[in-house]
Write a protein that binds this ligand. Structure first.
Ligand code: GDP
Length: 393
């Protein structure tokens, strides 16, 4: 699936840069162009692979390139005011070749949190393609202000995009580890999943033996209807090829020229599917609250056993209680792994989102109490309005 990518704010730009690096490293080609936006000029300068001419500073009249701190309302205002300038980011991009647009942002900070939904809204007015957000949730120990920003921004982001891929910094930082120090490794985990998903939708049927390769319409259909999604991934290293006379059950039984044992391949694929879903998801959630799913099995074509892929798909269907789980393969002739990626779309219950939401409500209540105290009046309690009411958490 070809994607046109936008990174907004520091996290947005960093993750976009990491995706470009991953694309380069894997010799893939699914990013048609990459544009980064910020109110802080130093953050734009720190980027590596986003082309210089595609780094756009906005709000400079008001904040002179110094950023907005954690003030996401100011960022939204500046983005709205400079919306024409934001849209000029696609000048010169081959927009019609993109199957989808992707906007990356950290939802707890200022610039990305406030401006990413504004950018989505304006792109939505102009382009036909689906617009997906990649929203990064702050870890709980990053403070109540970040949670408050994230709860608000997530709600708006879900409303103005066709789907939001969520990534939870809280779930991916190891205990005791500083979240900022873990950004690079978290970005790697996120872009590997996104990279595999987009690259899988790019394989053409011709020239591969994959019998049911995933195509971009299957990804788009899995995300149709909107909401928040989560992605799981697990991989198993393959034994060295035993073409030189090594041990193979199939060989012993006189089976064909390939040294791949069918039972081994079925076991590996079904086990990795369970690990992908029951292991760490980009956003921890109740798996049975997902509305749709997509299972992508990657690896050398001789390992992509159809029966196993179908079995894995059915297993995910059972886990999610959804009748809409798609499955397909992604042949990688040179790979030494079998990997399984599971995309769960429109999840409605996530403890982490609930936690962000309740911290946000508390922070909002405190803020209003303080304001009312200062003014000597009773506070009006509509603090729940800050949070996402789409999820029944
Ligand atoms: P902005 O520049 O004002 O949009 O603010 P940031 O993008 O720095 O947003 C702050 C949030 O993003 C916090 O939750 C940070 O932990 C997170 N963040 C910042 N950089 C990265 C990054 O490279 N990767 C990840 N996963 N999170 C990041």
């Amino acid at each position: 699936m070809k994607v046109l990518c936008f990174g907004v704010g520091q996290a947005g730009g960093n993750v976009l840069d990491a995706l470009l690096r991953y694309e380069q490293r894997t010799n893939a080609d699914y990013v048609v162009d990459a544009v980064a936006y910020n109110t802080a000029s130093t953050d734009l300068r720190g980027l590596d692979l986003v082309p210089e001419e595609n780094r756009i500073l906005f709000g400079a009249d008001e904040v002179s390139g110094h950023g907005v701190g954690a003030d996401n309302e100011l960022a939204a205002e500046l983005a709205e005011r400079d919306s024409q300038q934001l849209l000029r980011g696609t000048d010169g991009s081959p927009t019609s070749t993109a199957d989808a647009f992707l906007i990356f942002a950290g939802l707890g900070g200022g610039t990305g949190s406030g401006a990413a939904p504004v950018l989505a809204k304006h792109l939505q007015r102009i382009y036909e393609q689906p617009i997906y957000g990649v929203g990064i949730l702050p870890a709980a120990d990053e403070g109540a202000l970040y949670s408050r920003n994230a709860a608000r921004s997530l709600k708006t982001f879900v409303d103005v995009t066709d789907h939001v891929f969520a990534f939870d910094n809280g779930a991916w930082a190891h205990t005791g580890e500083d979240v900022a120090a873990a950004h690079d490794s978290m970005n790697e985990e996120l872009v590997r999943r996104l990279g595999i998903l987009f690259a899988s939708g790019e394989v053409s049927e011709s020239g591969t033996v994959g019998e049911s390769v995933v195509d971009s319409s299957e990804i788009i259909n899995t995300l149709r209807g909107g909401g928040i999604s989560t992605i799981g991934y697990a991989a198993s290293e393959l034994p060295e090829s035993d073409d030189d006379g090594g041990f193979s059950i199939k060989g012993l039984l006189g089976g064909g020229s390939s040294s791949v044992d069918e039972l081994d391949s079925i076991n590996r694929i079904t086990t990795q599917t369970r690990k992908a879903v029951l292991g760490r998801l980009t956003l921890p959630c109740d798996v049975d609250s997902a509305s749709r799913g997509l299972v992508v099995v990657s690896g050398p074509p001789e390992w992509l056993n159809r029966k196993a892929i179908e079995r894995s798909r059915t297993w995910v269907e059972e886990q999610t209680a959804s009748m809409e789980v798609r499955g397909g393969d992604y042949p990688l002739p040179e790979s030494d792994h079998v990997g399984v990626l599971v995309l769960l779309g429109d999840v409605s219950r996530s403890d982490r989102v609930a936690e962000v939401r309740s911290t946000a409500v508390e922070a909002e209540r405190d803020r209003r109490d303080r304001e009312a105290n200062d003014a000597g009046a009773d506070s009006e309690d509509d603090s729940e309005a800050v949070v996402d009411d789409r999820l029944d958490t």
